[in-house]
Design a protein. Structure first.
Length: 262
């Protein structure tokens, strides 16, 4: 325990030195030290991605996020670099994927159809809609709806990394941030940003129980789909399906709520 505190103190001193000197040697040291973090985040993002998305490409995209994190990290904020860097790395990967427009148009259209059905249904019902109700709203059988969800799986991960801007381009937060590190927000964060976080957390809490558990275990507890499957005693593919449904449902909820607060 004592050695850990010493190590943390030493690292804080290195960060303070880097802020003052921008030493290339220190920068290289941080890059070497945190490259495994880039590979870890890329590995998590790769789960459920289509075959045409290469792991090495995700690592390359994530490296931009690591470099950005190293340049902008402020140890005075009392947030661990690892926590800060994970958000930057993941954000960088999804920024690059968006620019590549890797999601096929047909899949994007199906995703929107499901989200629209959920928005309309839940506005009328005042509660979370069941799979059967969503299928009926879309005019398809429940089996066809489940097949559509599996087609969309892998692209819906983007939903939780959509950014909500509060004020200007330098002050933003993703839905994933709200689950990942709710305690890391600074005391001086503007009221609007707090309101966005409140709405996001409220939307997560309104998810069906199993979907909510998958979201929290995946984004907050950092478990893989396989590990979550072991916890919930279901297959990995079932967890992937629950994760996709939760993302689509969250996206639908937040699209509606966003119009009312921003």
């Amino acid at each position: 325990m004592a050695s850990t505190l010493v190590e943390e103190k030493e690292e804080e001193e290195l960060w303070n030195e880097y802020r003052k000197t921008k030493s290339p040697a220190l920068r290289d040291k941080f890059i070497r030290q945190y490259m495994p973090l880039v590979k870890y985040v890329a590995g998590k993002v790769a789960v459920g991605m289509p075959a045409n998305v290469e792991f090495d490409d995700l690592v390359g995209f994530g490296q931009f996020g690591l470099l950005d994190a190293i340049e902008k990290y402020d140890p005075d904020k009392k947030v661990k670099f690892k926590t800060y860097a994970v958000t930057r790395i993941r954000g960088s990967i999804f920024d690059e994927l968006r620019q590549l427009d890797w999601v096929p148009r047909s899949v994007r259209q199906k995703s929107r159809e499901i989200e629209n059905a959920i928005v309309d249904l839940e506005a009328k019902l005042g509660r979370s809609a069941s799979d059967e109700e969503i299928a009926k709203q879309m005019g398809v059988s429940e089996e066809e709806y489940q097949q559509t969800v599996m087609k969309v799986s892998g692209t819906s991960i983007l939903s939780l990394n959509d950014v909500w801007y509060s004020g200007n381009d330098n002050d933003h937060m993703s839905i994933g941030d709200s689950i990942e590190s709710p305690s890391s927000l600074n005391p001086d964060v503007i009221v609007e940003r707090e309101e966005i976080r409140r709405v996001i957390i409220e939307a997560i809490n309104e998810l069906p129980e199993k979907e909510k558990m998958v979201i929290v275990l995946y984004y907050h507890e950092d478990l893989t789909f396989k590990e979550i499957g072991q916890v919930l005693e279901v297959s990995e593919s079932r967890i992937s399906q629950l994760h996709t449904k939760a993302n689509l449902r969250l996206r639908a909820k937040l699209t509606s709520l966003k119009k009312g607060i921003i």
